[in-house]
Design a protein around this ligand. Sequence first.
Ligand code: SF4
Ligand code: SF4
Length: 434
Amino acid sequence: MSQIKEIASSIKALENDLSLCTRCGMCQSVCPLYTETGREPDSARGKLALLDGLRFSLLSKPDGVMDLLQRCLLCGACASHCPRKVNSISVFLRARMIIAGITGLNPFKKAILRAACNNPRVFDMILDTAGFFQKKLSADIAGTSDFSCIRDGFRSKQRISRNFAPKSFSEITGTVDYRRQGSKGRVAFYPGCLVNRMYPSIGTASLNAIIDCGYDVVIPDGLVCCGMPAAASGDMGSARIAAEKNAEILKKTDCDLIVTSCPTCGYAMKKLWSVFAEKSGHNDSFDYVSEKISDISDFIIRYGEKKYTAPGPDSGSDDRKTVTVHDPCHLKRSLGIYKEPRIILEMAGYKVREMKNSDRCCGMGGTFSISHYDLSMSVAEEKKKAVMDSGADVLAAACPACMMQIGGGLAADGSEIDVRHPVEIYAEKIPNVF
Ligand code: SF4
Ligand code: SF4
């Protein structure tokens, strides 16, 4: 069978979703990428039309369609405004996996993704090497030790990159299996790659918050990447390995709850692992994880004992520090969580001052920010302006990837606004075990 026929036949699996789209165009008004470029294939409508083109063998260049499919932040704004409820993130991920599964992936990229999803030791070695070269090739940005400028290939431009943490989260904590008499239950914590290597303080704050809520906490050995970067790149094999491996490890902990402080990991665990590994025979484990997973701010509100007593957002005048909140796409749109981070910030004694369009995507989009750096930074401009216009002392973003994107942009502009995860702020006021 020719490649085109094979793709057309495989894309038929998406026909129920594809045929929902009436090409009404409502998704265009909310798509941060389409707003930036005005190009039809950058919108959900354009991408769905291209997939229909493949479905009916009207297009002869699947690589070109794949390139256009990759021009997407997977932010979900299109899906949340679609009158026909087209689940575009799921369609785009499945389409990427189908096309790359037939046309093949860049072997170097595939090797890195496979290491991240299958072999944490090899992945750690790759990241150590990347950290070594980052130090050698980058220049400091004045006023910050967290971000550097690195030359962008052979171009004269510079990229902003978050520095690797001097010590990873797993090195700081060692084995985590915290138990005590009379605890309310046992939580398995899933740190995720960015918390582990870039923001270990989010991980320690999360562990402290879980303990402060009265729970024991364990981080089981052998957890790997959540699989989202592999799925977004179309590497179905690696995403599948990640989903199966993590779900089996987490199920063996026999815990009461699972908590993460990365909403992209949380979204993958709650809703996507069964998509990454369809018909794999691991559905019991996927269901186990999906039922128990909570984002850390949701966990604190639902299972903690501290009650919210501070005055509401923007009410009255007082001398509390002000914090503005960015709503990460996968936390608000994919998991429905946006009140909880604000509540824990108020519980920590901060005053929430809302920014304009707090739920507009910051432009990160995972590996999108690497493959489409300039476009990613253009989308970030509006977010940076909204943060600065808020006049708040601190920006809280409950996602380490968003923190990297917005924090890097603000640092490069010389802004002194502190960028933090809500749980880091919350943990300032509780006992620290880690
Ligand atoms: S809003 Fe939904 S139905 Fe309308 S064009 Fe976009 S994806 Fe299609
Ligand atoms: S997921 Fe976001 S970037 Fe991608 S098409 Fe939808 S709105 Fe645009």
